[in-house]
Design a protein around this ligand. Structure first.
Ligand code: THU
Length: 138
């Protein structure tokens, strides 16, 4: 099992690599896999604002390009204005769907830790995205 504090620390490190000159809102995500692997991502903004990639989506793209298909057991997310990671940040709706695809491939229901400096809210992905559409829906 992935250690909660380790995964949150990885998300914090990732947030430091955010490219967010427009919103100045830095987000880091860390994906924890059953074999202990951790894959991170940070948000990547664009001068054409709507093309922004969220941290969780960047992390999922990295993981799937690295060969992972499922085995996703936990996700840590942290973020804040100008890199101030004080308050917990919840994943946006699109990212919930993107995370769900990877989770469903392995039949897991990952824990999602939304981490602030002191407070961490813990959820199941299925609680954040109930009745999810996914590969089995097609
Ligand atoms: N953002 C994420 O990276 N993940 C989320 O789940 C919510 C929003 C990013 C997108 C944008 O770069 C910035 O936060 C402000 O919306």
């Amino acid at each position: 099992m992935i250690d909660r504090d380790t995964l949150i620390a990885a998300a914090r490190e990732a947030a430091a690599r955010a490219y967010a000159p427009y919103s100045r809102f830095h987000v880091g995500a860390a994906l924890g896999f059953a074999d202990g692997s951790v894959v991170t991502g940070a948000n990547v903004e664009n001068a054409s604002y709507g093309l922004t990639l969220c941290a969780e989506t960047a992390a999922v793209a990295r993981a799937m390009n690295g060969g992972w298909r499922g085995e996703l057991v936990a996700v840590a997310i942290t973020g804040g204005r100008d890199g101030d990671l004080a308050e917990p940040v919840a994943p946006c709706g699109r990212c919930r769907q993107v995370l769900s695809e990877l989770a469903q491939l392995g039949g897991t229901d990952p824990l999602v830790w939304c981490a602030g400096a002191e407070q961490v809210s813990e959820h199941r992905l299925s609680d954040l995205l109930p009745h999810a559409f996914g590969p089995a829906s097609l």
